[in-house]
Write a protein that binds this ligand. Structure first.
Ligand code: AHM
Ligand code: MG
Length: 343
């Protein structure tokens, strides 16, 4: 019978991060503080997402962002929430947001940390108004000499590091429940928001992606613009050579967070290729492709741009795009084999 004390002995995200800090003797608690701020930003964003319909937050805000896309009201609210919370952690010196043209230099008077963060405050905007899952994505890097940075251009340069250098990556998914999935390079761990406690509780420790899946996830409406490798590979999933083999199922939500979350749990492959219209693909390296590649990698999966591992790409611009193929290691290897054959 319920005791009313359920949940009190559960591992919250805060407890989990503090515990992790203890196993690193050199750690001063800066990352812990920064993650507490990110966690709060996700909770505030989730509250806004949940109330959007009633609070008249759906729809366009009437402005555009750097990429010339329409901004939704929720995009702006989430962006402000991330910026304010991260700034006030006092542990971050550089921020890059999908919604901001330039890198942001945090206020030096009280920001002493050596961390830089790139985030997409609300990913999957096209799904907002239909109440389909959306999320937030973040990637945290260490930088060498924060005191030496004086301009947004210098700030941008510092965060242009390959994904392998990342200290921590994660995403929050605002779905039928709210999940937060995180990796600090030691496994991938999934938390679920307990609405009654207002705390993220550890529900999926040590997530491992299946070595092969049965699902492919891609915007197939773009098929006529695909390159030969993508076309041939997808064809091989739909019409397997061996007639006894089952074809893969297609699942595509159009929210990267939700499509990646499912891929982590069920396996398979998520693709946003380069195509004739977008020669570098659509997804942004710093705050979409790289953090997701980091999580997939630490869960035992694989990712590639078609040419190299996404984690090896050395970024040249903060809003740079890359083609994305990621998921179960055997599925991504199959794509690479097709790609090599056709090269
Ligand atoms: P956004 O950052 O403007 O929301 O765009 C990114 C989203 C991803 O979540 C998703 O994987 C992709 O765009 C879907 O694009 P498309 O609608 O072209 O299939
Ligand atoms: Mg996005």
């Amino acid at each position: 019978a319920p005791t009313g004390l359920e949940g009190l002995d559960s591992v919250t995200l805060t407890r989990f991060v503090l515990h992790g800090q203890k196993s690193h003797a050199e750690a001063k608690g800066d990352l812990t503080m920064l993650l507490a701020a990110v966690q709060l930003a996700c909770k505030v964003t989730e509250t806004c997402v949940r109330r959007a319909g009633i609070a008249n937050l759906y729809g366009l805000a009437g402005s555009g962002n750097v990429q010339g896309e329409d901004q939704k009201k929720l995009d702006i609210i989430a962006n402000d929430t991330f910026k304010v919370n991260i700034q006030s952690s006092g542990k971050c010196c550089v921020m890059v947001s999908e919604e901001e043209d330039l890198a942001i230099l945090c206020d030096r008077t009280y920001n002493t940390g050596k961390y830089a963060i790139a985030f997409d405050p609300l990913d999957g905007s096209s799904n907002i108004d239909a109440n389909v899952s959306i999320g937030s994505i973040f990637a945290i890097y260490k930088i060498n000499d924060p005191a030496a940075i004086t301009t947004p251009q210098e700030a941008a340069k510092e965060i242009l590091q390959p994904g392998r250098e990342m200290v921590c990556a994660g995403y929050a998914m605002y779905g039928s429940a709210t999940n937060l999935v995180i990796s600090m390079g030691e496994g991938v761990h999934g938390f679920t928001l307990d609405p009654s406690l207002g705390e993220f509780v550890l529900t999926d420790p040590n997530m491992r992606i299946p070595s092969r899946g049965k699902i492919y996830s891609v915007n197939e409406g773009n098929a006529r613009m695909w390159d030969p490798a993508t076309t041939e590979y997808i064809k091989s999933l739909k019409y397997p050579e061996d007639p006894d083999k089952k074809a893969y199922a297609l699942r595509y939500i159009g929210s990267m967070v939700a499509d990646i979350h499912r891929t982590l749990l069920y396996g398979g492959v998520f693709i946003y290729p380069a195509d004739a219209k977008s020669p570098d693909g659509k997804l942004r390296l710093l705050y979409e492709a790289a953090p997701m590649a980091f999580l997939i990698h630490h869960a035992g999966g694989k990712s590639t741009t078609g040419k190299e591992d996404i984690l090896d790409v050395i970024p040249t611009g903060i809003h740079q795009r890359v083609p994305v193929y990621m998921g179960s290691p055997e599925d991504v290897a199959d794509f690479e084999a097709v790609s090599t054959k056709l090269a």
